[in-house]
Design a protein around this ligand. Structure first.
Ligand SMILES: Cc1cc2nc3c(=O)[nH]c(=O)nc-3n(C[C@H](O)[C@H](O)[C@H](O)COP(=O)(O)OP(=O)(O)OC[C@H]3O[C@@H](n4cnc5c(N)ncnc54)[C@H](O)[C@@H]3O)c2cc1C
Length: 424
């Protein structure tokens, strides 16, 4: 027993992807339990944009209006070198009423999904960590530890999380949405190899007086790709790619405390360095820096699981793939795979469809990510396309805020197309 009912599906991880999977199941009246070892949702903006395709999924769950009320709408990607604007990708036709790219902090999205899940009758079980998972023919046995805070230390008192209770729960299905260090993936013995070099970024969010209009700006230098995002409330985010500093892997861990502790943790990320980076990489940026409210250095690895699960235990989101930050592809494709997986699992639980059909999920996920990460071969360039863009294809594709057919349509505007795996 976990929570109020005996679940048919255990979702491990209450990040955006786990919440999306749980909400999809709850809306279909499938008994679901969601556990997370942390004490609350994330506290910062992280993957801060929802692709139009993600908005369509949220519309099906009745959340579109709420998102659009909060979000900043972006409709174009401007591609710059250090001095000039070289190309544009329209995410929707001019004057088109089509869904925009919705810029919204990830913590706001997570709270919205958690509230919707609660309204659907499911409370996230925070402070519940899965410490062991044993896949079986009819499901899996999960060891779930309930964590509590306890005072420890003598000379200097402090608190730490300890295991108050441990229980073994048998569940017919598990969805592992437990992030890049996924225990679910490890319990299946699935490898998570690197498929490209890691990238390192310095990220600053601040208030500015500059009107950034409806444009996301990519600034492509010889070795770096920097990104300028407009945010709601007159804020913006600059992400500067670093080539001469390696950031440790631990930086890709979500913080649960909303204050900016970056100033102390990363003393180098000060106003002076921000100004230096802006003047070197985007001298055209004339906006004031009115108040830095979040700063961080992050390492983004590029990894792809060798499978997305098997039988009755499956993966979605960062548990299965990692990519660079600019196109927000990890979270957005993760939302799509959470929905697809939850619907397929609901088909088995509710309508007795064969478990074997989930192999199709595995095949589709691997194919999409191999293309997104350029594993099968680089994207190619039309003869008429700007050769500057053609030479940058493998850097630009992960930066476009789209996936699937939308990504193909966006890339086509630059004269780029996916590698055809059937050609040599
Ligand atoms: C500092 C930072 C900046 C980022 N910036 C960007 C960006 O600019 N662009 C971008 O696209 N992406 C960015 N990301 C990545 C983005 O946040 C992730 O892609 C997104 O959160 C993935 O969602 P998810 O639900 O798959 O995994 P997560 O959000 O990682 O959620 C996984 C959840 O599982 C829980 N969990 C893990 N193990 C267990 C266990 N054993 N038992 C129970 N619970 C468990 C964790 O506590 C966590 O809540 C950033 C991330 C960080 C940390």
């Amino acid at each position: 027993m976990l929570g109020k009912t005996k679940p048919e599906v255990l979702v491990v991880g209450a990040g955006p992807v786990g919440l999306m999977a749980a909400l999809t199941l709850a809306k279909q009246d499938i008994p679901v339990a969601v556990v997370d070892r942390e004490w609350r949702t994330g506290a910062h903006s992280y993957a801060l944009a929802l692709h139009p395709r993600s908005l369509m999924l949220l519309a099906e769950l009745g959340l579109l209006e709420e998102v659009l009320d909060t979000a900043y709408r972006v409709r174009r990607v401007g591609i710059y070198d250090a001095r000039t604007r070289r190309a544009e990708v329209r995410l929707a036709a001019p004057g088109d009423a089509a869904l925009p790219l919705a810029v919204m902090r990830q913590d706001v999205l997570e709270r919205m999904l958690e509230d919707a899940l609660r309204r659907a009758g499911v409370d996230v079980l925070w402070n519940h960590a899965v410490s062991r998972l044993v896949p079986q023919a009819d499901g899996a046995v999960a060891t779930v530890d309930t964590l509590v805070k306890e005072s420890v230390g003598y000379a200097v008192a402090r608190t730490e999380w300890v295991v108050a209770r441990s229980q073994d729960v048998h569940v017919p299905f598990v969805i592992g949405a437990d992030g890049h260090r996924s225990l679910v993936r490890r319990s299946l013995d699935i490898d998570f190899p690197e498929v490209g070099p890691a990238q390192h970024f310095a990220v600053f969010e601040f208030a500015t007086d500059l009107d950034l209009s409806d444009e996301l700006r990519l600034i492509v230098g010889e070795e770096t790709t920097d990104v300028l995002w407009p945010l709601p409330d007159g804020h913006c985010r600059w992400s500067f790619q670093l080539v001469d500093e390696a950031v440790p892997p631990s930086t890709r861990t979500k913080d649960r405390i909303p204050v900016d502790i970056g100033g102390a943790r990363y003393p180098r990320l000060d106003l002076g360095w921000l100004r230096e980076l802006m003047s070197q990489r985007a001298p055209w940026f004339s906006g004031k820096v009115e108040r830095i409210f979040w700063r961080i250095m992050v390492r983004f690895e590029r990894r792809l699981a060798t499978a997305f699960g098997r039988d009755r235990v499956w993966l979605a989101g960062d548990a299965g793939h990692l990519t660079g930050p600019a196109g927000m592809q990890s979270m957005n494709v993760g939302l799509r795979e959470a929905k697809q997986l939850a619907e397929m699992v609901a088909g088995v639980v509710r309508h007795g469809e064969p478990v074997a059909q989930l192999r199709e999920f595995d095949a589709q996920r691997l194919a999409e990510w191999r293309s997104l990460l350029g594993v099968d071969g680089p994207w190619t360039c039309d003869k008429q396309a700007d050769p500057w863009l053609g030479a940058l294809a493998d850097r630009l594709i992960p930066c476009l805020p789209a996936s699937g057919t939308d990504l193909r349509a966006a890339a086509k505007q630059l004269g780029l197309q996916p590698h055809d795996p059937s050609s040599p």
